[in-house]
Design a protein around this ligand. Structure first.
Ligand SMILES: [Zn+2]
Length: 304
């Protein structure tokens, strides 16, 4: 669906009180973010960024409308007005800005990280592309570069004397341990954030199993959680079955918005940081009004 149509749905949705749009059989509300910052780092080009003040206001809005629950509750007895906050990619702002604010407000949350990036051992290929775009070397809207083409990005950087290792966007091992010690859940987000739809099932499963093992070895979490990088579109039921049967993860997450999912223990989350900035109210009303529209068409289930 294009942005214009989404904006029309969001505008209509905002005219309707939220309690008119909520019904018992809806899934819990699962917003996800990446970063909260006063500045806009060069490596982020594909989503909008909240500053701490605005993020705090958004949390207050969410707390007014939803019950913040932990992963356990979400897995055992998910209710329509429950929410669980999650943060993807393991950026350093998770410990500097986000976690202290969540702690102060008593909000449970899960942080999903890609092991290859922890300690800034490597840089996400989309970040590399964004840096080159920001420097005017790659045209916006040009070639996207997937994970298999990361060498090409490295070559371009070399030619233009750009040192990717000077960027340190990620948490260190110690900081990740701190997040865990603060009582937050740490989950896995694949090894290096590939476009998993370009992988075969074995490769997909390896990304899930290896990153979950990395998390389990370090944190031994009570609830083992995984969030799919980018999207879970195209992930076959056999992969979800293998995750359950081999006890790889207890709960998994996608990014398809407010929807039920046919896969067991798999939940869909709502991306808040759209490329075009939307307020939290606009995001929430859009999701619930869109859910209502889809329910008329019986299209609120992700099928596989
Ligand atoms: Zn991600």
């Amino acid at each position: 669906m294009n942005e214009k149509v989404k904006n029309i749905i969001a505008a209509s949705g905002q005219l309707i009180p939220l309690n008119w749009l909520t019904t018992k059989n809806q899934p819990p509300f699962l917003p996800f973010y990446h970063i909260v910052s006063d500045s806009h780092p060069d490596y982020i080009s594909f989503y909008s960024i909240r500053n701490p003040k605005l993020f705090e206001k958004e949390l207050d809005f969410l707390l007014k409308h939803f019950n913040a629950v932990d992963l356990d509750t979400l897995l055992q007895q998910p209710k329509q007005n429950d929410m669980h906050l999650t943060f993807d990619d393991g950026l350093t702002e998770c410990i500097s800005t986000i976690a202290p604010m969540l702690k102060r407000k008593g909000i449970p949350a899960t942080f999903f990280v890609s092991p290859d990036f922890i300690d800034n051992k490597a840089l996400f290929h989309r970040f590399k592309r964004a840096i080159l775009e920001k420097k005017g070397i790659i045209k916006p809207g040009g070639k996207r570069f997937n994970y298999r083409q990361v060498n090409e990005l490295d070559q371009i950087a070399l030619q233009h004397q750009i040192d990717f290792t000077s960027y340190k966007p990620y948490l260190t091992s110690e900081q990740l341990q701190q997040l865990h010690n603060m009582g937050f859940n740490i989950g896995a987000h694949s090894m290096y954030h590939p476009e998993m739809w370009l992988m075969n099932e074995n490769e997909q499963f390896e990304q899930i199993a290896n990153s979950m093992k990395w998390i389990s070895d370090r944190f031994n979490p009570k609830i083992k959680a995984f969030s799919f990088p980018f999207t879970d579109q195209g992930i076959q039921p056999s992969v979800f079955e293998k995750i359950i049967n081999e006890n790889i993860a207890d709960i998994t997450f996608g990014t398809a918005g407010l929807k039920h999912d046919i896969a067991k223990n798999h939940f869909q989350r709502v991306p808040i940081e759209r490329k075009e900035f939307w307020s939290i109210k606009k995001n929430v009303h859009f999701e619930y009004f869109y859910y209502f529209v889809r329910s008329l068409l019986k299209k609120n289930n992700v099928t596989r």
